[in-house]
Design a protein around this ligand. Structure first.
Ligand code: RFL
Ligand code: PHB
Length: 390
């Protein structure tokens, strides 16, 4: 087989890139290790920046997002029993974010891809990337007991934090930067109305908690937990009790409980690989960088990489210029590092660290107080949360 661009991975980065390319008449094949159902059922992020919404619309798959997504003009930080609202719209000249689950976004992109007759290969085993340092890269994989090969012009690795693309790059060609946080987030989904119209991020002496949602009838809640904990050890009752203990009284009273239908633990990590280009192989999304979910940036960074990657590939094919591809790694990483910084600072501000003493707690309180008192400080937070310009 031959195509112009092989995209490894059918997560949001791969699907969005494939759709933009398809709309521009550039051929691509997505090679995905997991099954279609597995990809469709993964529960992850929930907050879209304006740039991500714009890319969804540009892809032609934004219709349901615009109809069903919830626009949010603010969120709250809760600490010491009180809440401080961050007025996103007021502080950023009218910008907002949208609550729309990654699961829904993936479904919309997958259905659009199928409707447009664009090719995806699911259940591809032993995916390998070859000769991307030459002019003739190709990708091989096994499926249904036989070997397959796709020749292409470029490979874009959209295969997440544990994919094959970054792992195929020789170690001496890549520099990595990492911070592992000594805790995780235990998250649940339940078909109960959210405790509040907006998201609430809570700093509590027992640990962080987050009240989020997917719709007016579906809530997403998280509590900070130890890395050695098991989701199965958390009954629903234990989860609801712990969540309510970490929230201001009036919010705790507004939490509607019910049976959860998803419960999982995600470890928190910051990670960046540099550069994001190796000859004819490019990395986009989680394959190149991971952020802790505290800033709601992971999915949005995948989308901003795709924006730069699509610009580079369309310039290459439609304008015969390599400028955009040459600039890709630097353009993407410049934005990535700012989101890495923001996600790290939100994580430091809101969590309990095992090594923290009274001094560190006082510093967190002082920063949260400063955010309440200072328009300048809350503007910095709002500007980062809604997403820095592309
Ligand atoms: P994805 O979504 O991980 O998709 C990668 C795809 O590549 C496939 N793959 C392979 N395919 C072929 N060959 C291989 N060898 C392959 N190895 C892997 C995978 O099956 C998958 O389909 O990456 P992408 O597209 O870059 O999108 C990034 C976002 O998914 C990610 O940044 C966010 O979901 C991060 N994230 C969260 N972000 C938030 O903003 N808020 C959250 O609440 C939030 N929760 C999460 C998360 C990420 C998690 N991970 C990575 C485990 C919770 C979890 C559990
Ligand atoms: C979510 O709804 O899953 C969510 C929202 C905001 C975050 C992280 C996760 O910062």
């Amino acid at each position: 087989m031959r195509t112009q661009v092989v995209i490894v991975g059918s997560g949001p980065a791969g699907l969005l890139l494939g759709q933009l390319l398809g709309n521009a008449g550039i051929q691509s094949i997505i090679v995905e290790r997991a099954s279609r159902d597995y990809v469709l059922n993964r529960v992850r992020a929930g907050v879209l920046e304006e740039g991500t919404m714009a890319l969804m619309r540009q892809s032609g798959a934004g219709g349901r997002m615009d109809a069903e997504g919830l626009l949010h003009n603010g969120f709250s930080l809760a600490f010491n029993g009180r809440s401080q609202r961050i007025d996103l719209a007021g502080l950023t000249g009218g910008k907002h974010v949208m609550v729309y689950g990654q699961t829904e976004l993936t479904k919309d992109l997958m259905e659009k891809r199928e409707a447009d007759g664009l090719q995806s290969i699911f259940n591809a085993e032993a995916v390998e990337l070859h000769d991307f340092d030459s002019d003739h890269p190709h990708v091989t994989y096994q499926k249904d007991g036989s070997g397959h090969r796709i020749d292409c012009d470029f490979i874009v690795g959209c295969d997440g934090g544990h994919g094959v693309s970054r792992a195929s790059v020789p170690e001496n060609a890549i520099t990595t930067y990492e911070r592992i946080y000594p805790f995780g987030w235990l998250g649940i989904l339940a078909d109960v109305p959210p405790a509040s119209d907006e998201l609430i991020y809570a700093n509590h002496t027992r640990g962080f908690a987050l009240c989020s949602m997917r719709s007016h009838t579906r809530s997403r809640y998280y509590v900070q937990c130890g890395l050695d904990e098991k989701a199965e050890a958390w009954t629903d009752d234990r989860f609801w009790d712990e969540l309510r203990r970490r929230l201001p009284q009036e919010v705790a009273d507004a939490v509607v409980t019910g049976p959860s239908f998803e419960k999982s633990i995600a470890p928190l990590r910051s990670f960046v690989a540099e550069p994001l280009r190796f000859g004819r192989l490019f990395l986009a999304g989680d394959s190149g960088h991971i952020v802790p979910p505290t800033g709601a940036k992971g999915l949005n960074l995948a989308a901003s990489d795709v924006h730069y990657m699509f610009a580079g590939l369309s310039e290459h094919y439609l304008e015969k210029s390599s400028a955009g591809l040459d600039a890709y790694s630097t353009r993407a990483l410049t934005r990535v590092w700012k989101a890495v910084r923001f996600s790290w600072s939100m994580t430091m501000l809101l969590h309990r660290f095992p090594e923290h003493g009274d001094f560190d707690r006082k510093i967190q309180e002082a920063e949260l107080d400063y955010l309440s008192d200072s328009v300048a400080a809350s503007t910095v937070m709002a500007e980062n949360y809604v997403g820095l310009p592309l």
